[in-house]
Design a protein around this ligand. Structure first.
Ligand code: SF4
Length: 291
């Protein structure tokens, strides 16, 4: 195992020179802009998030602007980012920010965590990136970088372990602003260089310190990793049904949904789940709309 603290300087220098120019990382980005980016980036890659984030911020530059509109407007604007419950949760978070925090995104981890739809990762990320506070920020990219460089394995465990959290806490620089840069730098390395398949070790600023590389890249031998199949899944079916409603200005008849997905049993199940999640409302026996 390498001396973990040795990772800090080369990673910070590399980040300074190679970080992607992303608008939510600009010093002028508001905490709300950072919060919106974190909701969108949770399960969607940067290139798909960028245009939707820009439209979102230009239409709703503050939480109060979003909270003033119905939740359906958020679902419509979410477009094809996927996992659309995030749109409802972001709307609910904006509403809570207005009701409980005077319209300002709170700055502490605990207050952020209390917002609807905000979990440990998002609370830590917003406190860190928007307010430069010192927090352990563990997303899949950071976890993979630490697994490889420090633990010497290709991938981390399926869910965050206590040992992993302790390791990340031990690596965290003492002052808030440096800790925040460290967090975003490890995230960036995982997103652009130390990627899941085919890491670019020749371009890596910590290659000399990487335990997995030094061990000769031993193959992953943990439990099966989650697949990315999408075709034919309920997720794809829900996306199709929602797209029909999003592309329509008013309620749509059930027959239009029938045309969007052929398998009737799966279609019925997915429509029921969209109604249950509050992403769709039933207007009459045979018509449906966004909330
Ligand atoms: S040397 Fe390769 S595997 Fe190790 S951290 Fe760098 S990119 Fe990842």
């Amino acid at each position: 195992m390498s001396a973990p603290s040795a990772l800090l300087e080369p990673l910070l220098t590399w980040y300074d020179e190679h970080a992607r120019d992303l608008p939510w990382r600009e010093p002028s980005a508001s905490p709300w802009a950072v919060l919106v980016s974190e909701f969108m980036l949770q399960q969607t890659p940067v290139p798909r998030v960028l245009p939707v984030w820009e439209q979102w911020l230009s239409r709703w530059p503050t939480p109060a602007d979003l909270a003033a509109e119905p939740a359906g407007a958020a679902v419509r604007a979410w477009g094809r980012l996927g996992y659309p419950r995030r749109a409802l949760r972001l709307h609910a978070a904006a509403t809570a920010i207005v009701a409980e925090h005077g319209g300002e995104v709170p700055s502490t981890y605990d207050a952020l965590l209390a917002l609807p739809g905000v979990g440990d990762y998002t609370a830590a990320a917003v406190a860190s990136f928007a307010y430069r506070r010192r927090h352990v920020v563990l997303d899949t990219n950071v976890r993979r970088v630490l697994a490889r460089t420090v633990a010497g394995v290709e991938f981390p465990a399926r869910s965050v372990t206590r040992a992993e959290r302790d390791l990340a806490a031990g690596l965290l620089p003492a002052d808030g602003p440096t800790a925040a840069t460290w967090a975003v730098a490890t995230m960036e390395l995982g997103a652009t260089v130390c990627v899941a398949a085919g890491p670019r070790c020749l371009d890596c600023p910590v290659a000399d310190l990487c335990a997995w590389r030094e061990a000769g890249y031993p193959a992953y031998d943990g439990p099966p990793r989650r697949g990315q199949t999408y075709d034919g899944t309920d997720r794809q079916c829900r996306g199709r049904l929602l797209a029909v409603l999003r592309d329509s200005h008013g309620p749509v008849h059930r027959t239009r949904l029938d045309e969007a997905w052929a398998a009737s049993e799966q279609r019925a199940r997915c429509l029921a789940s969209l109604l249950h999640d509050g992403l769709v409302v039933q207007v009459s026996e045979d018509t449906f709309a966004l909330p």
